[in-house]
Design a binder for this molecule. Structure first.
Ligand SMILES: [Ca+2]
Length: 526
């Protein structure tokens, strides 16, 4: 049997022709202005930096880099800076990346390593402003154009532009459109699925900062639980490893393996009062009654003054990250800036005055419609869209309870309001021993956003790489029943593998079946 190759494959240009194609590319898209175009040969030295991410590598395939000015509001002239990278060897898919915190910067490491290096047309945006993760001052006072760009508009318009640019560059349309991001990027992904369900076909999001009006007061609350420093309720840095050791003593072995990782904190009934200071105790190895009260608040659901549920608390196991997360001397600036520049428009606001009415005001104003807490993904699901969400159990910045609650909310809403089977469109993977988006004591390398600049997944396939798993699920309909995460020694791929573990779809957990504890093959999801 003789098969005719599609004409487009026969017309793929050689390397010289690609360079010519790139440097002479003159796309025509309304409100999209090409600032600069650069062709990078295969293995060229690429060294780029934004307030969000830096990439320094010589490991990329040949690609064409487009730097774009996208007018986001023609009436005011507001614009965003975006980039689209077009590899010579395109896999016919597009892959967009999101941001982190309040950051205004192109996610270069993700675009390079998870995008172009894997064959995708890859893109990202500065969300309409330049700035670092913790700085929300761009939002105020009442800078609505900038807030809306940050909330969703810049990414949406960049996505639309990237698809059109790919089509004009290669001469044919993409097959599937993907998105991958964590934290603020997770929120952006949820916004896209709910408000622009045609933007993407497959979405991989980690620990989303979606419930902004709830997350931000909780962030301040966590700091208020322990401050001021040197008060009776303060928990000094040296005491957190003591608390962690006790949490492990009580709960590590519940998953069948005593390895320093609590696989399922939901079944861990942590009782820190077992290390209460006695009169004869060394106070560096025990907790006072006031410190126990601080811990109780940190690990509890956060209720406002009217007893309304606001946000979930910390879970046992993440104690090595909490003192540099939110159990800090001052609140995380992301949250105080939320009130100063987005909700109250008062740059002198004192976070000690946070109360139920301020929390409600954030919910009511919902600046830029950035609060993306909707459980309604039915339009996205109805057109075949799939989403894989993941969250580290040891997340020190956004309680994993937030991801679990949103997953449950979407699940219930979908059942109640459509004929769609949510299991065919949505999976949540919990990651034991992982902090916010990356790092931690657990196996946390699986190809997700902001991970490849530390280390690649063990292999670039659907077994080890969450994005490859998404492609397989969406394009071949083979379901994702687990993903294998890798822990490298010293978090360095060149140092070799320390251990691998299965990540399981919630509410399943990896359960040890016997054999080598360092091998994922010794665990099953159930
Ligand atoms: Ca364990």
């Amino acid at each position: 049997m003789f098969f005719l190759l599609p004409v487009l494959l026969l017309s793929v240009p050689g390397a010289l022709a690609w360079k010519d194609q790139c440097t002479t590319f003159a796309p025509v898209i309304a409100n999209v202005h090409l600032l600069n175009v650069t062709y990078y040969e295969a293995n060229a030295f690429v060294n780029l930096s934004s307030p969000l991410q830096t990439i320094t590598t010589s490991s990329l395939p040949a690609f064409c880099r487009l730097q774009l000015n996208i007018t986001t509001n023609p009436a005011t002239g507001k614009a965003a800076y975006s980039e689209v990278w077009l590899p010579d060897g395109w896999n016919s898919r597009t892959l967009g990346f999101g941001n982190g915190g309040w950051s205004g910067g192109v996610p270069y490491a993700d675009i390079a390593l998870a995008g172009a290096q894997q064959g995708y047309v890859a893109f990202g945006t500065n969300t309409g402003h330049n700035g670092i993760s913790r700085d929300g001052s761009f939002g105020g006072p009442r800078n609505d154009d900038a807030i809306i760009d940050f909330a969703y508009r810049a990414l949406h318009l960049t996505t639309v532009a990237a698809k059109s640019l790919a089509s004009q560059y290669y001469g044919y349309n993409h097959t599937k459109s993907y998105y991958m991001a964590c934290s603020t990027g997770g929120r952006q992904g949820i916004k896209a699925m709910s408000s622009f369900p045609e933007d993407y076909d497959g979405v991989v999001i980690g620990s989303p900062a979606n419930a902004m009006a709830r997350l931000q007061p909780w962030t301040i609350h966590q700091s208020l639980n322990v401050q001021p420093v040197n008060s009776s309720r303060w928990i000094p840095a040296a005491l957190w490893p003591v608390i962690h050791k006790e949490a492990l003593r009580q709960c590590d072995s519940l998953d069948g393996v005593t390895d320093g990782i609590i696989s399922n904190p939901e079944v861990c009934d942590f009782r820190p009062q077992l290390i209460t200071c006695r009169k004869e105790s060394n106070t560096s190895e025990c907790l006072t009654v006031d410190q126990l009260e601080s811990l109780r608040k940190l690990y509890s659901n956060y209720l406002d003054g009217d007893q309304n549920w606001i946000f979930s608390g910390y879970v046992p196991g993440g104690e090595l990250g909490y003192p540099t997360g939110l159990a800090t001397a001052e609140p995380y600036q992301i949250s105080t800036d939320y009130y100063k520049y987005f909700v109250l428009n008062d740059t002198t606001w004192d976070y000690h005055t946070l109360n139920a009415s301020a929390i409600k005001l954030g919910m009511d104003i919902n600046p830029g419609q950035m609060d993306t807490n909707t459980p309604d993904l039915t339009a996205f699901f109805a057109r075949g869209g799939k989403v894989i969400q993941y969250v580290g159990w040891n997340d020190q910045l956004i309680s994993p309870g937030n991801s679990i609650k949103w997953y449950k909310d979407v699940y219930a809403y979908t059942l109640a309001n459509s004929a769609i089977n949510p299991d065919e469109h949505f999976k949540l993977f919990t990651v034991p021993g992982m902090r916010h988006c990356f790092t931690g004591e657990g196996a946390w390398i699986f190809g997700a956003a902001s991970q490849r600049n530390t280390a690649p997944p063990l292999e670039n396939n659907s077994k080890y790489d969450i994005q490859a798993a998404m492609v397989e699920w969406l394009e071949t309909n083979r379901t994702v029943d687990h993903i294998v995460a890798t822990k490298y020694r010293n978090d360095s791929a060149s140092s070799g593998v320390s251990f691998t573990r299965k990540l399981c779809p919630y509410p399943q957990q990896a359960v040890y079946q016997g054999g080598d504890q360092n091998s994922e093959a010794s665990f099953v999801c159930k």
